[in-house]
Design a protein around this ligand. Sequence first.
Ligand code: NAD
Length: 447
Amino acid sequence: MIDVRNPATEETIAELSSATAEDADRAVAAARAAFPAWRALAPADRARLLRRLATLVEEHADELALLETRNVGKPLGDSRGEVAMVADVFHFYAGAVDKHFGETIPVAGGIDLTFREPLGVVGLITPWNFPLNIASWKLGPALACGNTVVLKPAEVTPLSSVRLGELALEAGIPEGVVNVVVGPGRIVGRRLVEHPDVAKIGFTGSTEVGRGVMAGAAATIKRVTLELGGKSANVVFADADLERAAASAPGAVFGNAGQDCCARSRILVERTAYDRFLSLLEDATGSVKVGDPEAEGTEMGPLISAEHREKVASFVDGDARFQGDAPCGPGYWFPPTLVEASNADRVAREEVFGPVAAVIPFDDEADAIRIANDTPYGLSGSVWTENGARAIRVARALESGVLSVNSNTSVRVQTPFGGFKQSGFGRELGVHALEGYSEVKNLFIAT
Ligand code: NAD
C-alpha cells in the first residue's frame, strides 16, 4: 500500500494500492491498443477533446487546488495558480494540434515533404514538487502529437494525477489513451524505461535518477527528455534596483519551500552593494509568511517529508546568517534561511531542494559569470542590472536554459523550458515541446 500524507499535518489522506511491473505492462498494452485510433482521429476532433479537458480542469479548479495543497503542502494560492496553468497548457496544445506543420523542401527530380509522426506509447515520469503542472507539460504535447501515454507520478504525491486521469476520461478522451499508474519508481518507472513497446520517456526528477533513466533507455534506443536538478544563480549587480531585487529574491528561492528545480538558490551579489543588499534581503526573508498552506495569505508551507527535512537541515548546521520563522508541532517545517557562502561550499554546489539560499559576493562582471557557471547544473537564473547591454551580455554568457532579466520568473506556457549541462535536455512547453513528442519523417516523390 502507498500511504499518502499531508506534509502540513503528517496525517494520512489516502491509501492506494501500489502498482507492480505487471500493472505497468498492462497500462503499456492499453496505450498501445489505443494508439492507432488516437493518431487517426481528425486533428480538429483531437483538439476538441484537449480543449474539453482544459475546460474540465477549470471547472474543477478548486477541487484540484485543494488536493494539490493537501498532498504537497504548497500554499493554496500557489496551487490555484498551478491549476490555472494546467488548463492553459491544455488550451495551448489543443490549439497546436493542427498547427504543427511539416515542410516542402526544394530538391531535384521530384517533391520532398516532411511529416511529424507520433512516436507511439510514451512513458511520463514526474516528480513530487509540481505534480499536476509537470504532468500537464508532458501530457499536452504528447497527446496533441497523437501519442498515447502512461503517466507515473511520484508515489508521495499521486492524487492530482489520478484525478487528472479521471477528468481525461470524462472529457471523452478514449480509454487507453491516458493511463495513470501509481507505484515505486524503481519498479514501475524502471519497467516503463525498459519496456520495448514504450517509444519515449519524458522524465522530470533528480539528476541522479535521470542518469539511470538515460542508461536504461539505451537498451531500446528510447527517446528521452530529461528535466533534472538545478542550482541556479540570481546575479545582482550594484547598479540594479536593489530594493526590487531584494524584495523578489525570497520568492525565487523559498517558493514551494525551495522544492523547485528553478530555485535561485545561489544569490550572487556585487561586492560594492553586498552589505546593503543583504540587509534588504534579510528584511524580505523575515516577512515571508510560513504556515498553514490552506490559510489565505500563506506564502510558504512545509517540506514534503521528515527525511527530506533532515537532508535540508544538513546544509545549515548552525551557521545561518538569518532564519525566518516557521511553525513547530506536526508538519515538516523549516524556516527560510540565508547562509553566507563561497561557491566551493556544499550549500552552493548541491541542490538543497529546501528554503536555504547561499549568498555569495562577486567582484565584477567576469567574476559573476565565472561563479554562476561554476556548477554542473544549468537550468534557470536571473540577472539584475539597470545596464541593458550588460543584461544581455551576461544572459548570453550564462550556461543555462531559462533566464530572466530584472525578474525571477522562468516558466510560461508559450515559451521553451529546459536545461543546459546536467540539468538535462529537451524542451517542455511552447511549440518547442512538440519536437520532443514527434519524429520527422521525410518523403520523396519522384515527378
Ligand atoms: P526523483 O528523481 O527521486 O523521482 C522522480 C520520478 O522518478 C518519480 O516519479 C520517481 O518515482 C521516479 N523514479 C525513481 N527511481 C526511478 C527509476 N529507477 N526508474 C524510473 N523512475 C524512477 O525526483 P523527486 O525527488 O521526485 O523530485 C525532485 C527532483 O526533481 C529535484 O532534483 C528537482 O530539481 C527535479 N525537478 C526538475 C524539474 C525540471 O523541470 N528540470 C522540475 C521539477 C523537479
